[in-house]
Design a protein around this ligand. Structure first.
Ligand SMILES: NC(=O)C1=CN([C@@H]2O[C@H](COP(=O)(O)OP(=O)(O)OC[C@H]3O[C@@H](n4cnc5c(N)ncnc54)[C@H](O)[C@@H]3O)[C@@H](O)[C@H]2O)[C@@H](O)CC1
Ligand SMILES: Nc1ncnc2c1ncn2[C@@H]1O[C@H](COP(=O)(O)OP(=O)(O)O)[C@@H](O)[C@H]1O
Ligand SMILES: [Mg+2]
Length: 278
C-alpha cells in the first residue's frame, strides 16, 4: 500500500490562474438531508464550498432550506421532491455527491435512481452514507460514471458482503474491481482502492470520531474532484489527506475536533499548501 504524501497534496492544490471565474472551478450537486438529518447535508455542502468548488446546489428536504441558507448562503437549493429539477441540474454539473443524511425511504431510493438514470459517463458521482446502504439493500445497476464510494467499515460490510474482521486488502481490492469504482474505505488510517493502486492515509485519530465527520469528507471529495477534475485521483487523495491533516492540527489542543471547525479551516490550509512550492 502506498502512503499518501504531503508532496502529492502540494502538487494538486495549485495557485489559481488569474483569468478565471466561478465556472472554472467546477459545479457540484449535493443530494441528501431528510427532515431528520439536515445537519449532514449542511456539512457536505459547506465542505464542498469551503474546498473551493465554484458552484454548489443542494437538493434536500425543504425543512432544511432555512438552516442551510443561514449557515451557507453560498449554496443554491432544490426541493428533493422535485425530481425533474434534479434531472435538469444534472445536465449542468461536473459531479454529484449523493447520500449524506438521505435516509432510506421510498423517496430516497427514487432520488438515487433518478441520479443513476441521468448521470453521464464524464461526470463524477460520490456515493456516501444512506446511498451506499440503499445500493446494498436493493438491486440497482450502477451507472457509467466516475464512481467514488466513501463507505465506513460497516457500510463496506453491507455493500461488499465482507465482514469487518475479514476486510483484507486483497478481498477489498476484488470487490473494488467488480464495482469499477474508487473506494475510500473510512476507518483509522483510511484506505483508498483504485484501479491503479491502493493508498493509505497515515493521518487522523480518535478526536475525529464524531457524527458528521464522513459527511464532511464526502463534501471535500466532491469539491476537490470537480475543481481539480484533470487529476481526479490526486484530488480524492488530497481531500482525504487534508481532512485528517486539519483534524490533527486542531487535535493538538482539542479533545474532539468538530466537523464544522475542520470546514472553517479548509481555505486557510489550502492556501498554505498552494504556496508550499513557491
Ligand atoms: N448530523 C447529521 O445529520 C448526521 C447524519 N448522519 C447520517 O446518518 C445516516 C446513517 O449513517 P451512520 O453512519 O450514522 O449509520 P450506520 O448505521 O450506517 O453506521 C454507524 C454504525 O456502524 C458501526 N461502525 C463500525 N465500524 C465503523 C467505522 N469504521 N466507522 C463508523 N461506524 C462504524 C458503528 O457501530 C456505528 O454506530 C447517513 O445518511 C449519514 O450521512 C451521520 O453522518 C451522523 C450525523
Ligand atoms: N479513530 C479514528 N481515527 C481516524 N479517523 C477517524 C477515527 N474515527 C473516525 N474517523 C474518520 O471520521 C470519518 C467518519 O466517517 P463516517 O463514519 O461516515 O461519519 P458520519 O457518517 O457521521 O459523517 C472518516 O473519515 C473516518 O476515517
Ligand atoms: Mg457517513
Amino acid at each position: 500500500m502506498q502512503k499518501i504524501t504531503q508532496a502529492l497534496v502540494e502538487q494538486t492544490i495549485k495557485k489559481r490562474a488569474v483569468h478565471t471565474h466561478k465556472g472554472s472551478f467546477g459545479k457540484l450537486l449535493v443530494v441528501g438531508g431528510n427532515a431528520q438529518f439536515g445537519g449532514a447535508i449542511i456539512l457536505t455542502s459547506s465542505a464542498a464550498i469551503y474546498s473551493g468548488c465554484g458552484l454548489v446546489t443542494t437538493a434536500t428536504d425543504p425543512s432544511n432550506f432555512a438552516s442551510l441558507h443561514a449557515r451557507l448562503p453560498e449554496t443554491m437549493v432544490i426541493d428533493i421532491h422535485q425530481q425533474t429539477a434534479i434531472t435538469e441540474m444534472l445536465k449542468k454539473v461536473t459531479g454529484v455527491v449523493i447520500g449524506p443524511g438521505l435516509g432510506e425511504t421510498t423517496l430516497a431510493l427514487q432520488t438515487l435512481q433518478t441520479v443513476f438514470q441521468s448521470i453521464e459517463a464524464s461526470q463524477f458521482l460520490i456515493i456516501d452514507g444512506s446511498a451506499i446502504d440503499l445500493i446494498a439493500t436493493h438491486t440497482l445497476d450502477l451507472p457509467k460514471a466516475h464512481l467514488i464510494f466513501t463507505p465506513h467499515e460497516m457500510e463496506w460490510q453491507r455493500l461488499s458482503g465482507i465482514p469487518i474482521a475479514s476486510q483484507t486488502e486483497s478481498r477489498n481490492k476484488q470487490v473494488q474491481k467488480q464495482l469499477q469504482a474508487t473506494i475510500v474505505l473510512k476507518k483509522h488510517h483510511t484506505e483508498i482502492y483504485t484501479d491503479a493502486a491502493t493508498y493509505q492515509l497515515t493521518l487522523g485519530g480518535p478526536a475525529m470520531a464524531t457524527g458528521g465527520m464522513g459527511d464532511t469528507l464526502a463534501g471535500m471529495i466532491g469539491g476537490f474532484v470537480t475543481q481539480f477534475s484533470n487529476t481526479p485521483l490526486n484530488a480524492i487523495l488530497s481531500a482525504t489527506y487534508l481532512h485528517s491533516f486539519i483534524a490533527d492540527e486542531l487535535g493538538q489542543s482539542q479533545y474532539v475536533t468538530l466537523p464544522h471547525q475542520i470546514i472553517k479551516r479548509i481555505p486557510q490550509v489550502m492556501w498554505q499548501f498552494s504556496n508550499a512550492n513557491h
